[in-house]
Design a protein around this ligand. Structure first.
Ligand code: NAD
Length: 349
């Protein structure tokens, strides 16, 4: 298959690009290279004849038309987005521009290309979204997000992703565009941009800086190793019926505080600290405004219908991730110089 992957220089998009090229797909990586992008994420496939890169913004219709005409993809995997909740609190406008307007522009470019090609049934527009569109769950472990959970986004980021999900479904219902959608829980793993929780914990611990935990650390997240997410995305793209939505999650809920303690324990083993356990660096800081209490995915549909399961447990994945950061200092040092990284964002001031 020939895939047009948007956001392929980001965290999850680059995992999709690496996996897809590794499995023999042709991949065109379309990315505007914002502050969150890093082409080193795809360095392992950059010289592969199956890979091409196009620097373009998903809001630029003329550029999109040119790229569709030049590459003639069989499918679009749409991951380009503004993705950091804290930044969406400080500056929601960019999130609306890229995640809503950009998705609309991409849908229109895809529709025009698909129409010109004779509306092939085999074409797919795959929208990669988040479980945060469903809002916040109570503590009761029997309650989880299913594909039928009503939308109730609570941050500018999740509201913009909910809007883009609605647009994608509307383009299917109204114009017949063959779409599939996925809503995934929190990802982690190699190449995670150093403003997100897990890299912040690892890098602050290594630098002997306080490890910030928002509020009392009781907020629960359901973590999935990024390479398992990429595997699920390729499966959905190739096997899901048109119009279908799948929730993707690892069934590995953990409170933020427990997660941070797990990372500290791994670092204590792999990089012992002379001054004592890394957990001594934990510092409770002002909570995020509107901080969702709990996310948890019921992945029953993707298991039953497509037979997908994650391959990595949370503890294995966290250990792999810590080892990756220890082995790839040049990668994260370069990104720490990017605007806003290492400073507290999203306090709603
Ligand atoms: P990321 O911030 O690491 O990467 C986003 C990429 O999109 C970057 O390379 C950036 O340059 C590119 N981009 C941003 N604006 C663009 C524009 N206007 N035009 C073209 N490219 C643009 O994000 P991520 O964490 O890899 O997330 C990828 C997708 O997966 C997003 O749509 C996000 O909503 C979704 N998602 C993320 C998670 C998670 O835990 N990170 C979970 C579920 C779903």
């Amino acid at each position: 298959m020939k895939l047009l992957v948007t956001g392929g220089a980001g965290f999850i998009g680059s995992a999709v690009v690496r996996l897809a090229v590794g499995r023999g797909h042709e991949v065109v990586n379309l990315d505007a290279l914002t502050y969150a992008a890093c082409l080193d994420n795809v360095a392992s496939v950059a010289q592969n004849p199956l890979y091409a890169f196009e620097r373009a913004d998903i809001r630029d219709r003329a550029a999109l038309d040119r790229i569709f005409a030049a590459h003639c993809p069989d499918a679009v995997m749409h991951l380009a987005a503004e993705s950091h909740v804290d930044r969406s609190i400080d500056g929601p406008g960019t999130f609306i521009d890229t995640n809503v307007t950009g998705t609309c522009t991409l849908l229109e470019a895809a529709r025009a290309y698909w129409t010109r090609a004779g509306r092939p049934e085999s074409f797919r527009f795959h929208h990669v979204s988040t479980d945060e569109v469903y809002g916040s769950l109570p503590a009761d472990p029997s309650v989880k997000f299913t594909e039928d959970t009503p939308y109730a986004p609570r941050s500018p980021y999740s509201a913009s992703k909910a809007a883009s999900d609605h647009l994608v479904r509307a383009w299917h219902e109204t114009y017949g565009l063959p779409v599939v959608l996925t809503n995934c829980s929190n990802n982690y793993g190699p190449y995670h941009f150093p403003e997100k929780l897990i890299p912040v914990v690892i890098l602050n611990a290594l630098a002997e800086r306080p490890i910030p935990v928002y509020g009392d650390g009781s907020n629960v997240r359901d973590w999935l190793y990024v390479e398992d997410h990429a595997d699920a995305l390729l499966l959905v793209l190739q096997q899901a019926p048109v119009g279908r939505t799948y929730n993707i999650g690892g069934e590995t809920e953990r409170s933020n505080l427990a997660l941070v303690r797990s990372l500290c324990a791994i670092l204590d083993r792999l990089r012992p600290r002379a001054a004592g356990p890394h957990a001594a660096l934990i510092e409770f800081v002002t909570d995020r405004p509107g901080h969702d209490a709990r996310y948890a995915i019921d992945p029953g549909r993707i298991r039953r219908e497509l037979g997908w399961r994650p391959s990595v447990t949370l503890d294995e994945g966290l250990e792999r991730t810590v080892r990756w950061y220890l082995d790839n200092e040049a990668w994260w040092r370069a990104l720490q110089a990017r605007q806003g990284v290492g400073t507290r964002l999203g306090v709603g001031a």
